[in-house]
Design a protein around this ligand. Structure first.
Ligand code: AMP
Length: 279
């Protein structure tokens, strides 16, 4: 496994790999890896000749009062996990390497970046799409793997790739959960023991919603109410949003059917957790 910190040397190396006909898979991450990340790596390793994983805590996607400074980092552990999973190349640039001195360009997927998580995190998706576009230009992957845990993110990235005619196949992978149902997240370490238990309400409420749909209770307002009631059982849970949307447009729906999704964002003190289910 090779580690690159510089854009120019990585680009040169990938150019040579592609000239020799290699198919390149790419897994962008912010590090502090767990089995959710590794599931993306496993898929890439099994479907491509070469797998590149990036570890970059992207300052551009954090708001001023968010956790950029305290976001967990452990490069030694991450690189050991990636090597064991069969990654060929780690890209681990500094913020200076990525953004230089006078960085002026950004990409925004309008009307998808200002909804759901974009309401409480107004600059977040602009930071995500800009860094992902840069990473795609640097790595030039054939296939790139994203988790559907961040459903809004992968939908926005697919839209960007389609709108801008980028030559990469974006693959959306299932949510990996702890054995008790909590969606794995690097931010779960922020949870106190009590809030770790309370956080199970998120997955439970998704199950309640899917049970309602199986029973033909498809009115979004009824599902919303049941989910809200369930999560509100915990006094520490501050609901940011509960939304039932069409995954094409991210617009709310009244009747839940195929292609709709329920998305949740709930804060437990410092930890803001998200989860979702696509129906
Ligand atoms: P992050 O390091 O949080 O930016 O995540 C990097 C990638 O891993 C993103 O595509 C995430 O959607 C994906 N990911 C994070 N958590 C999970 C999970 N529990 N299951 C599947 N994919 C995940």
């Amino acid at each position: 496994m090779q580690v690159f910190n510089e854009i120019s040397s990585l680009k040169q190396h990938i150019k040579e790999l592609k000239q020799s006909g290699k198919i390149v898979g790419f897994v962008p991450t912010m590090g502090y890896l767990h089995d959710g990340h590794i599931s993306l790596v496993n898929e890439s390793v099994s479907k491509n000749d070469v797998t590149v994983a990036s570890i970059f805590v992207n300052p551009m996607q954090f708001g001023v009062n968010e956790d950029y400074g305290s976001y967990p980092r452990d490069f030694e552990r991450d690189s050991a996990l990636l090597e064991a999973a069969g990654v060929d190349i780690i890209f681990h640039p500094s913020p200076e390497e990525m953004y230089g001195e006078n960085f002026l360009t950004s990409i925004t997927v309008e009307n998808m970046s200002n909804k759901l998580c974009g309401i409480s995190r107004p600059i977040h998706f602009k930071g995500v799409t800009t860094v992902v576009a840069k990473l795609f230009n640097i790595v030039t992957p054939d296939n790139a793997y994203f988790g559907s845990k961040d459903l809004q993110q992968v939908l926005i990235i697919k839209k960007m790739v389609n709108d801008l005619n980028m030559s990469v196949n974006v693959v959306s992978m299932p949510i990996i959960r702890e054995s008790d149902g909590l969606a794995m997240s690097s931010r779960n370490i922020y949870l106190s023991d009590d809030d770790r238990k309370g956080a199970l309400l998120l997955n439970q409420s998704l199950k309640i919603a899917s049970q309602m749909i199986e029973n033909n209770q498809t009115f979004a307002k009824d599902i919303f109410k049941a989910v809200e009631t369930h999560i509100s059982k915990n006094d520490n849970a501050q609901i940011d949003y509960i939304s039932i949307i069409d995954t094409e447009t991210l617009e709310p729906v009244e009747i839940v059917g195929k292609g709709c999704a329920l998305l949740l964002a709930v804060k437990f003190s410092k930890a803001r957790l998200i989860d979702n289910i696509v129906f």
